[in-house]
Design a protein around this ligand. Structure first.
Ligand SMILES: [Zn+2]
Length: 484
């Protein structure tokens, strides 16, 4: 264990899911594959054009503020952040400097400093030979929120867990898709090391190093881990840590120096003269507050209590809002049937079939809950069929796939395809006799005492019955047949 204690602050950017861009009417569509189609003179920064504020984007940041228990600033404004780069046609970015929309709050015990709103820059594409670059302005001017935490995190896992929880909340609030891999969410981490004890004031912090653009949870953890190692070794050898901005090289797994860390005054911030200052009472704060749904943390706790789930089970279900909703709807269908209580066995079946079978199938077919053909009512019917022994677990997998393709009621599929589980009668007895006749070697093995030969015979019969046989009943029938 290192004798140095890391202190980490995070700056998380997320593209907001508005219909149009931040200051013009161009579509905000990250799926657009044709470059430079969602553009206009405003987001291309032509002289003489004027921006207008997208109120929806402001409302989204206010909504996040309510979810984080923050203060919604009564007055806020936009500022120009001046710097030159080819992805920024105006030569400045419209951002917020000293009066952000949201101040304070907390998430997972980490204190939040602020959340502000700005416009995204365009995307640069570099030619493989390194001799030219292309600019795609589709992303230029897309509303981007930036959440800044206090330097309040002291562990690597804690940092990535914070980002995961924030991602989940942004999705619950339906304000961002927040996909790190797609660049819809981007993370910068500011890290400093102190000897032996946690700093209690900002002055006690070590030299701050910023790592830019971490675009996966793995990159966040690996980059922080590398940086803690690098700085510890430097401090051990008595060298100074440079205050700088570093980039993460995901192939070499190292951070590299990019530039000395800029200060706020480097950007010559000044109030945006083309936009009016705003007041929060111009927005329907009550309605925005009411639109905040039950958040993941509360939901996890409720799921544990209400459905008797373990914490990891609840976490898995709550990760995706629509999956949690589907789980609850399915259980409630079963409750109605049972006169108000779903048995723990039924809840367990719903959990298992939902989180493994259904989710596996969805991943295979690249389907989401939003466009799924299976209703909670039909899924509950499937669970009932399984629980009552109406179909075997093997048949259940086939039925589920059919449901996914057709949206049909599982009972109808079972009837149409003759898949009811057979747990007695002549059909099974005849099948057992037939398999015994066809497999003399396995029968001989069994009689010599090789008990797994029995499993082989049961498997043969199940195959011939297309999975419809009741495995326990088959086992018994074989045992009886083989004693004869
Ligand atoms: Zn535009």
């Amino acid at each position: 264990m290192s004798k140095y204690i890391p202190t980490i602050g995070l700056e998380v950017h997320a593209e907001l899911r508005t219909k149009t861009k931040m200051f013009c009417d161009c579509p905000n569509n990250s799926d657009e594959i044709h470059p430079n189609t969602n553009v206009c003179p405003i987001c291309l920064g032509h002289p003489g054009t004027l921006p207008t504020i997208n109120k929806k984007a402001v409302e989204m940041v206010i909504k996040l503020g309510f979810a984080l228990g923050s203060e919604i600033s009564p007055n806020f404004k936009f500022d120009r952040k001046n710097y030159f780069y080819p992805d920024l046609p105006k030569g400045y970015q419209i951002s917020q400097f000293d009066q952000p929309i949201v101040k304070g709050g907390q998430l997972s015990g980490v204190k939040i400093n602020r959340v502000h709103l700005e416009e995204d820059a365009a995307k640069l594409l570099h030619a493989p030979d390194g001799r030219s670059s292309l600019v795609d302005f589709n992303r230029g001017g897309v509303p981007l929120m930036e959440l800044v935490t206090e330097p309040d995190i002291h562990g690597i896992k804690e940092a990535s867990a914070f980002v995961r929880e924030l991602q989940s909340i942004l999705r619950y609030l339906e304000i961002s898709d927040a996909d790190l891999e797609k660049g819809q969410m981007r993370v910068d981490a500011i890290i400093s090391l102190t000897y032996d004890q946690r700093p209690t004031t900002n002055d006690q912090l070590g030299t701050k190093v910023e790592i830019k653009n971490l675009n996966s949870f793995r990159a966040i953890e690996e980059a922080l881990n590398y940086e803690i190692e690098r700085q510890s070794q430097a401090l051990d050898s008595g060298s100074e840590i440079a205050q700088e901005t570093r980039g993460w090289n995901d192939i070499k797994k190292i951070t590299t120096s990019q530039r000395s860390k800029e200060q706020a005054h480097d950007y010559r911030y000044f109030p945006e003269p083309d936009l009016p200052p705003l007041t929060s009472d111009a927005f329907d704060l009550k309605a925005i507050k009411l639109s905040v749904p039950e958040l993941p943390a509360e939901k996890r706790e409720r799921f544990q209590k209400q459905y008797g789930l373990q914490d990891i089970q609840a976490a898995l279900l709550v990760e995706e809002r629509l999956m949690a909703q589907f789980f609850e709807e399915t259980v409630s269908e079963l409750e109605e049937e049972n006169d108000k209580t779903a048995s723990p066995e039924q809840v367990k079946l719903v959990f298992n079939y939902l989180t493994s079978d259904l989710r596996g199938l969805m991943a295979e077919l690249e389907a989401g809950f939003r466009d799924m053909k299976i209703t909670a009512e039909n899924f509950a019917d499937l669970i009932k069929l399984i629980a009552s022994g109406g179909i075997s677990s093997r048949v259940a997998k086939d039925v589920l796939r059919k449901m996914m393709e057709t949206g049909l009621d599982p009972r109808e599929i079972v009837k149409q395809e003759g898949l009811e589980q057979v747990s007695g009668g002549e059909e099974l007895e005849l099948m057992v006799k037939k398999i015994v006749e066809e497999n003399p070697n396995a029968v001989a093995d069994y009689k010599k005492g090789k008990t797994n030969a029995l499993q082989f015979l049961v498997g043969k019969a199940m195959g011939a019955l297309r999975g419809r046989g009741h495995p326990e009943v088959l086992r018994k029938l074989f045992e009886e047949e083989l004693i004869k």
